[in-house]
Unconditional design. Structure first.
Length: 151
């Protein structure tokens, strides 16, 4: 007996092995998808291992459950092992529901940005402790674009 596959969409996929230029962690909020995608394109990044979870880097800095952080760290370990990842890009964004939205900061842009910068520092510190050879870059997305929050 032969199984017949009926494609609902056809598009060729490369099956060759790749090296992930970056492991990328972002929030799944679709409002920032276009700026995120175009930012990576502007950097010339073509091969990533992407992870999208509520809050993005929040899962590392201040997870709801420790098991959430543990899962993400295992995913990163697999990316390093399978795709030889050398750099992580961490993202959070303005008005993130996982953090309580913009109202949590009483609509204060500076307070929100400062908070996210501190979250990025916590997440980056954790990654550098776990993976000392890994480069980590942190970014904040808002209605105007992308701001790098670390050196």
């Amino acid at each position: 007996m032969t199984t017949q596959m009926h494609y609902v969409f056809s598009y060729p996929s490369s099956l060759g092995h790749y090296t992930a230029e970056n492991f990328v962690l972002r929030c799944f909020d679709d409002r920032f998808w276009k700026v995120f995608k175009n930012f990576l394109k502007s950097l010339g990044i073509t091969h990533i291992d992407p992870e999208s979870v509520a809050g993005g880097a929040k899962v590392l800095a201040s997870p709801e459950k420790e098991s959430d952080r543990d899962f993400l760290l295992r995913e990163l370990e697999k990316s390093i092992m399978l795709h030889h990842t050398k750099k992580v890009l961490l993202f959070t964004h303005h008005d993130c529901g996982a953090y309580g939205g913009f109202t949590r900061f009483k609509n204060d842009w500076e307070a929100e940005f400062q908070f996210h910068t501190e979250e990025h520092q916590k997440a980056a510190k954790l990654l550098k402790k776990q993976f000392p050879d890994l480069a980590v870059e942190t970014y904040f997305l808002d209605k105007n674009g992308v701001v790098r929050t670390n050196e």
